[in-house]
Write a protein that binds this ligand. Sequence first.
Ligand code: GLN
Length: 304
Amino acid sequence: MQDYQHILNEIYTTLKKVKTKGEVARYIPELAKMNPDHLGIHLRLITGESFSTGDTNIPFSIQSISKVFSLAKAFQLMGNKLWKRIGVEPSGNPFNHMSLLEQENGIPRNPLINSGAIVIADILLSHLKNPKDDFINFVRELTHDDTIDFNETIALSEKRTGYNNYAAAYLLKSFGNLENDVEDVLDFYFHQCSIMMNCAQLTNAFVVFANRGRCIHNKKHLSLHKVKRINAIMLTCGFYDEAGEFAFEVGLPGKSGVGGGIVALLPHYYVISTWSPPLNKKGNSYLGMKALELFTEKTELTIF
Ligand code: GLN
């Protein structure tokens, strides 16, 4: 077996020396308060061994990473009927872009851009009895950790300033692609984005996508049919208009969030999460991308 701990330590030391790192997200006021110096990397092999370096036990706002959990839940509930309301093509645009949505009659390109995730939030609102409770319990179940929760302050902070998401939701509503009220859908969406998790928890939760639908306790949550499709969407759409670059440099399906987290996986082998708040111009963690590039270069463990 490779010396994973040594590899993670080396990456950490290299990245700690990098000077230009990008900027912490400021458009959600609560996120602007994050300390830009945090850096954590957590790896878990499918066989169960874990390796950690840096700030892997400090929870952060998972933001868009939550879109993978909501997609998984909606796919579980609706099956392939989901694809009548959302596409599966990369957008080639930023996560909050709207012009394609108008051109394509309110059918979002994919479930990982904001408009797509808002449609998924609407579906969960229609199908779950107690939407927020049921959703957080799903995330807790995948992670095997009951301490995971929403961050009300962050959810409220985004609600106050989330004009772009309001615009997307009203556009979706005008095209008839939202069943519920815009306010209710966005309340759910802002809450799902506010979920706090640390790198170790995120890694554990994503084992379900690397292990053919089985979580860390080997319980089956998703069929391979669904896992295959969710991983394909992460590979092609998980980093917005930088998905090509991520596949090119890192070579893994994954998902980023504006809280600075990234989680990526090699099916049947491992899940790895990184956290560093400063983002590059495309909204992905600058050092997180670098860490994952170094990891797959050093270990030669990529899907390609
Ligand atoms: N809540 C954020 C938003 O809607 C999520 C964006 C992200 O993490 N890329 O803008």
